[in-house]
Design a protein. Structure first.
Ligand SMILES: Nc1nc2c(ncn2[C@@H]2O[C@H](COP(=O)(O)OP(=O)(O)OP(=O)(O)O)[C@@H](O)[C@H]2O)c(=O)[nH]1
Ligand SMILES: [Mg+2]
Ligand SMILES: [Zn+2]
Length: 345
């Protein structure tokens, strides 16, 4: 299990000698695919009495769990160990009321944006907000560099949005940038989660970095450069280098959930400017002495960035009360886990 990133502390947590430590590698509706200490790959189901009506968090890909191993059939999942990082979004099937943990216990988040027609810095800011909230290291990966004759503008926009996080341009096709990624992030026992819209090249990058055809890849649509949702469920892979990858399907919607800290970090420039406005309650909508509007006029702060900050802030505020309510409710009663449909909505 060390190979899969388990620590001695986790092993100590498995009190009962009969039980085993396992890590979730894929989720199929109510059935979980896992790797475990003694037996390698195994399937499992939740012990309902421990999860429904209890505080236990429903496992997601990357979670470490305590299981009662069953050599003849599905093992029983008893408990989810505490997460050290988690990428959460608004669960699209919950009408704005619940979160979905996309992946957990990763060391790095690779946020992928393609340098083709689908490049969108506002979407990148959204991912960055949630990535920063996750508690892991952040890397912005600009993919398909071979398709862009000149990507100076995109690189500049990404660097501004990333605010200190590394931005690397790569090509899975020519191999450009791959050595840099390998040297910096592919270390034994370290988990990397790949996130980004459908078609940006997540699975292609996993294949290129591992040198194996682990994942199926699919052509993008010609008219708008968007993907066709080739990857349909989240999956964990152990590479020969010892690094662990989690490939994910492109998500259609990415609602921000409870990410006040991530927002603050991602838009630190806007928040700092706002402190210099003449009025403490400045709405940055034309009030005199507004430092935010001055920065826009001076070309320092892009107008779209302020608009996106406002939009994301509203989403964070809308989810805050619900998040608190969910935390309270969780201690009384758990909702059923959101189903992993074949296609992520
Ligand atoms: N030219 C070029 N094409 C690439 C590169 N990386 C990926 N592609 C192509 O982009 C398309 C989509 O790649 P995928 O790896 O399937 O994309 P994905 O992000 O995994 O998409 P989903 O699984 O749908 O979320 C495929 O046709 C790839 O061949 C690249 O570096 N250069
Ligand atoms: Mg894919
Ligand atoms: Zn202002």
């Amino acid at each position: 299990m060390e190979k899969y990133g388990a620590t001695p502390e986790m092993k100590k947590e498995i009190g009962n000698g009969k039980n085993m430590l396992a890590r979730v590698t894929a989720v199929h509706k109510e059935r979980y695919e896992m790797v475990c200490e003694a037996a390698g790959d195994t399937f499992g189901r939740l012990k309902t009495g421990n999860y429904y009506g209890k505080q236990e968090l429903f496992p997601t890909v990357g979670d470490f769990v305590e299981i009662e191993y069953n050599p003849c059939g599905d093992s029983r999942i008893l408990r989810t160990l505490q997460r050290r990082s988690c990428f959460c979004r608004l669960d699209p099937s919950s009408f704005g009321n619940w979160e979905q943990a996309v992946a957990a216990n990763f060391d790095y988040v690779f946020i992928l944006q393609s340098l083709n027609a689908d490049f969108n810095v506002r979407r990148l800011e959204r991912y960055l907000t949630m990535g920063r909230q996750s508690g892991a290291g952040l890397v912005v990966v600009l993919t398909k560099a071979d398709l862009a004759a000149d990507y100076t503008k995109e690189m500049e926009a990404a660097l501004l949005a990333a605010d200190g996080a590394e931005v690397i341009a790569v090509s899975a096709k020519t191999g450009m940038g791959l050595d840099k990624l390998k040297a910096a992030y592919m270390q034994p026992g370290k988990t990397i989660v790949f996130l980004g819209s459908s078609g940006v090249g997540k699975s292609s990058l996993v294949n290129a970095l591992t040198g194996k055809e682990w994942m199926q890849t699919g052509e993008i649509r010609e008219d708008d450069g968007k993907g066709r949702h080739t990857t349909t469920y989240r999956q964990m892979i152990l590479d020969d280098s010892g690094a662990i990858f989690i490939d994910t399907p492109g998500m259609r919607t990415l609602g921000v959930w409870d990410a006040a800290q991530g927002l603050e970090q991602t838009f630190a420039d806007v928040e700092t400017l706002a402190k210099a406005c003449r009025f403490g309650n400045c709405r940055h909508e034309g009030e005199p002495g507004c430092a935010v509007q001055e920065a826009i006029a001076a070309g320092i702060l892009p107008k779209g960035r302020l608009a996106n900050y406002r939009k994301l802030k509203r989403e964070v505020e809308n989810s805050e009360k619900k998040a608190q309510y969910c935390r309270n409710r969780r201690s009384r009663r758990q909702k059923s886990p959101s189903r992993d449909s074949a296609m992520e909505p």
